[in-house]
Design a protein around this ligand. Structure first.
Ligand SMILES: Nc1ncnc2c1ncn2[C@@H]1O[C@H](COP(=O)(O)OP(=O)(O)OP(=O)(O)O)[C@@H](O)[C@H]1O
Ligand SMILES: [Mg+2]
Length: 282
């Protein structure tokens, strides 16, 4: 008699098994429009975001970058347009819905708890427990070692997962927020101006974290006003102006001069949008 097949035990961290091959579109945005009263903050944006890439969003102040990622992250509903995640049409009613679909946002003002440790922050709301005589106990050692593993994957220089987040530098906090996103199995990680308040060395670390995430198979959406940072880390760039996507380029297809001219308005594609805008007002 043949023995029954052994039950298949998947390791708890079988994330890599679920990672789609690089280049797979994780997000397909089509015709995304967002109005705030009379103002059109986003006007029919089409954009794919792919596994394994760092995609930079650029544009002048008020161009619509944050509004776009907020639609993606479930913080604002789109006024019209469709969003597909992993090929399925979605409508997010809240950031929780987006998080469940694997979209994590790391805002400048990070939602971390200062008075909790690194490990506690990563597991916040999802603590591992074991019951002894029906009483739940936290599996602290296990949580710490998992967090240490995540931080190693990210090559983040945080040596003690028992350190309080309140005592960490800005760059280290970014690393904790990113570890949390990975722990929650985020597929798309949005970073809205993550380095705006950081010193040079810390900025370097956060940029290398963004690359690491992409190497892990995530799609990273990075908003930045710093052209040299963008050229250092992004595979593709997308420029917004007056709510329109006016250009999309791979790094090899463009150079800093072209991107700057698209942002400042000197480029013909930017001038065309300005003209449209002025005609409508005139
Ligand atoms: N909640 C809101 N209510 C009303 N108007 C808004 C709201 N959020 C954004 N806007 C407007 O939408 C437009 C796009 O803003 P958005 O924040 O997306 O720009 P941005 O490209 O992120 O700019 P920045 O580089 O300054 O961060 C702006 O004109 C802004 O004033
Ligand atoms: Mg913004």
């Amino acid at each position: 008699m043949t023995p029954p097949p052994a039950p298949q035990v998947l390791p708890e961290d079988a994330v890599s098994a679920a990672v789609p091959p690089p280049g797979t579109p994780l997000v397909e945005a089509r015709g995304i429009t967002r109005r705030f009263g009379a103002l059109t903050a986003l006007a029919g944006v089409d954009l794919d975001i792919r596994a394994g890439e760092v995609l930079a969003l650029l544009g002048d102040n008020g161009a619509g970058k944050t509004t776009f990622v907020k639609v993606l992250a479930g913080a604002h509903p789109a006024s019209s347009g469709t969003l597909r995640i992993g090929g399925e049409a979605v409508q997010f009613a809240s950031p929780k819905d987006a998080a469940r679909a694997g979209i994590a946002t790391i805002y400048q003002e990070l939602a971390l708890s200062e008075n909790l440790t690194v490990a506690e922050n990563v597991f916040l709301g999802q603590e591992l427990t074991r019951r002894i005589l029906g009483v739940p106990f936290l599996r602290r050692a296990e949580m710490r070692s998992r967090v240490a593993g995540l931080l190693r994957t990210l090559d983040a220089h945080i040596h003690d997962t028992r350190a309080l987040v309140g005592g960490l530098s800005g760059g280290q906090r970014q690393a904790v927020a990113i570890a949390r996103a990975l722990h929650l199995k985020a597929r798309v990680v949005i970073m809205d101006e993550p380095t705006a308040a950081l010193a040079v060395a810390e900025t370097r670390k956060v940029l290398s974290l963004a690359r690491r995430l992409a190497e892990q198979g995530c799609a990273v959406v990075l908003i930045s006003h710093n052209i040299s940072d963008v050229f250092e880390v992004a595979d593709r760039m997308c420029v917004f102006r007056r709510g329109h996507k006016i250009a999309e380029r791979t790094r090899a297809e463009t150079d800093p001069d072209e991107i700057v001219s698209l942002i400042t308005g000197a480029h013909p594609a930017a001038r065309a949008i300005d003209e449209q805008h002025n005609n409508r007002r005139g």
